[in-house]
Design a protein around this ligand. Structure first.
Ligand code: GDP
Ligand code: GDP
Length: 436
């Protein structure tokens, strides 16, 4: 479920972000048209020889006002904490510097595999200059050129060799979920409160290589859950939480590993820009989403308060219109016993399969209410629809021409499907495909 992770470290200007972009290629995630989502270029997915992996550019994590040397040391520490394989980047143009040595020293202390890349080796003649890098004590240096895309294959071949074995995970029937949100919205308190409530904790599963701790527990009606720790949140505390990029990256990693994501808001403070970004990642990833408004005990309420807050959420997170909203308090435990039940419901919805006959009835009825659009005198024809996947439920609609399926009509079809089956908590996808 969780991808192996590569982290790039090294002093500024050696070419880390150039290499990151090369390795991630087109697969840097995040679709731009999701409101509130800005491209985040420190975390992406990559692929090499059938291996999928995640890649982190630690150079993009800026650690506040720390002095330069302190910053790169902390970035190296983050790489050790997060990665399965570390790529240390140096520059063949400048040769070995004090800063390279400082980073290498920190990396020695970890047992993680480290691959030394000497970047900016733009032509074969420069390959002779890389021998001095043996002095870093990290083994064979790999000459590469980020700007020309040279040498990366050898590095990735080597990296892949160090990926943890796929432990042929047995079908794990538990529902995996995580809590994400800004610092101080109450994630840790909620985790403790949810785990504290009369639940049997089955085990703390040590993350294979990271220091994340996932917790398995059994809900009241026997359903198993795995709570994905947001990369060491429970164990390590909040050392880096004040670094926004780092916490965003952690959130993205937790989302990757979850079936259902609980987006936690602070009821007392209301919705902030950062909440929207975080919620955008969850939506983008196609996971189930539940919006949890915490600290409800602190909110001065009258009869309309909840309705108004709900309305505000619907406006600010318009793209999450499928997500249920629940108002809770980690402190008084108000409504917390409902949380596992809602997660279970969302999980069921994600896995729902609609028989083709029923689906096609819904589509035909939809077309009868609202005729298909035309463009330049041509009308969209829908022949047949079928569900091709779950998590999220994905429907292929066979048509005469894909281009005629406008966004708004796909949206209409989605709404009609939701009217019949609800699919609360899960995004659904509609793909138009030309009938051959
Ligand atoms: P970072 O600070 O380590 O992330 O470094 P950047 O990726 O921002 O690159 C720093 C500078 O080095 C930029 O001007 C890049 O264009 C340049 N650069 C990166 N890779 C190469 C390379 O392979 N060859 C050369 N000649 N320049 C490079
Ligand atoms: P995190 O950074 O998102 O993990 O937030 P924490 O769980 O550490 O909570 C931040 C602060 O809010 C702590 O002082 C908590 O005691 C407090 N807090 C969390 N949940 C609630 C709540 O439901 N009600 C009240 N009154 N305080 C809360």
């Amino acid at each position: 479920m969780s991808n192996p992770t590569i982290a790039i470290v090294g002093r500024p200007n050696v070419g880390k972000s150039t290499l990151f972009n090369r390795i991630a290629g087109e697969r840097i995630s995040i679709v731009e048209d999701t409101p509130g989502v800005t491209r985040d270029r420190i975390y992406a997915k990559g692929e090499w020889l059938d291996h999928e992996f995640s890649i982190i550019d630690t150079g993009g994590i800026d650690i506040g006002d720390e002095p330069f040397m302190e910053q790169i040391k902390q970035q190296a520490q983050i790489a050790i904490d997060e990665a399965d394989v570390i790529l240390l980047v140096a520059s063949g143009k400048e040769g070995v510097t004090d800063a390279d040595e400082a980073v290498a020293k920190i990396l020695y202390r970890s047992k993680k595999p480290i691959i030394l890349m000497v970047n900016k080796v733009d032509n074969p003649e420069m390959r002779n200059d890389i021998y001095e890098f043996y002095s870093l004590g990290l083994g064979e240096p790999y000459p590469v050129s980020g700007s020309h895309g040279l040498g990366l294959g050898d590095v990735l071949d080597e990296a892949v060799k160090h990926f943890p074995e796929d432990s042929e995970e047995e079908e794990d029937p538990s529902i995996k979920f995580s809590l994400i949100g800004r610092p101080n919205v109450g994630k840790s308190s909620l985790i403790n409160a949810i785990l504290g409530e009369d639940r049997v904790i089955v085990s703390d599963i040590e993350g294979t290589t990271r220091d994340a701790i996932d917790t398995k527990f059994v809900g009241q009606n026997g359903q198993e859950f795995t709570m994905i720790d947001t990369a060491g949140m429970r164990k390590r505390g909040k050392v880096y939480e004040n670094t926004e990029k780092y916490s965003v990256m952690r959130a993205m990693r937790a989302i990757d590993r979850s079936d259902v994501v609980l987006v936690v808001l602070n009821g007392e403070e209301g919705i902030r820009e950062q909440d929207k970004r975080i919620a955008g990642y969850a939506h983008e990833a196609g996971r189930g989403v539940i919006i949890v408004v915490n600290k409800w005990d602190l909110v001065k309420k009258d009869t309309n308060t909840m309705k108004e807050f709900e309305q505000e959420i619907r406006e600010e997170f318009a793209y999450l219109d499928y997500a249920p909203i629940i108002f809770v308090s980690a402190m008084t435990k108000q409504r917390l016993n409902k949380v596992p039940l809602i997660i279970e419901e969302v999980s069921m919805n994600q896995n729902l399969r609609i028989p083709s006959s029923v689906l096609n009835d819904i589509i035909m009825d939809a077309v009868a209410i609202n005729p298909t659009p035309t463009d330049k005198g041509k009308r969209l024809k829908i022949f047949y629809a079928t569900q091709v996947a779950v998590k999220p439920p994905t429907f292929v609609v066979f048509v005469n021409e894909e281009e005629l399926m406008h966004f708004s009509y796909a949206r209409f079809l989605e709404n009609q499907i939701r009217k019949a089956f609800e699919f609360e908590g899960t995004p659904i996808k509609i793909i138009a495909r030309r009938r051959k």
